[in-house]
Design a protein. Structure first.
Length: 136
């Protein structure tokens, strides 16, 4: 296996993600920010953070899959969420858990950051997901 995920006891427990990913392999895969759009550009789940998280993760999976990778190969996820506030965590995690089994996303997730932003490139976009993976 090219990626090992760990959460040392010295770091906050429990967390919705692993704190450390150790990757070995020659081929790195980086998936650009994915949003809740279909392949023809139609918005999915307007105004629904959970629905947009789920679709953005599905799109991230499609990007990984196209390069011969999956979430088991991911060493880093970055989530950008508009107008972030702590009370949005339940909706955010509902989107993650809604799709995790379908796309092979391990829970807890690989190392991840959730970054609050004022807005993304279009007003209806609530979340964007980037992924980095290592495969042999």
């Amino acid at each position: 296996m090219t990626v090992t995920l760990i959460s040392p006891d010295a770091l906050m427990q429990p967390a919705a993600y692993h704190h450390v990913a150790i990757g070995t392999g020659a081929r790195h895969v980086h998936v650009a920010g994915q949003i809740a759009r279909t392949s023809d550009g139609k918005p999915v789940a307007p105004g629904d953070l959970a629905g947009q998280v789920a679709q953005a993760l599905r799109n991230t999976h499609a990007g990984l899959d196209s390069a011969g990778a999956g979430f088991g190969d991911v060493v880093r996820l970055t989530f950008y969420v508009t107008a972030w506030a702590p009370e949005k965590i339940d909706a955010f995690m509902a989107g993650v858990t809604q799709v995790a089994e379908e796309i092979g996303l391990p829970l807890p997730m690989p190392p991840a950051s959730l970054i609050g932003v004022d807005y993304l490139f279009e007003p209806d976009v609530l979340v964007e997901v980037e992924a980095s993976a290592i495969v042999d």
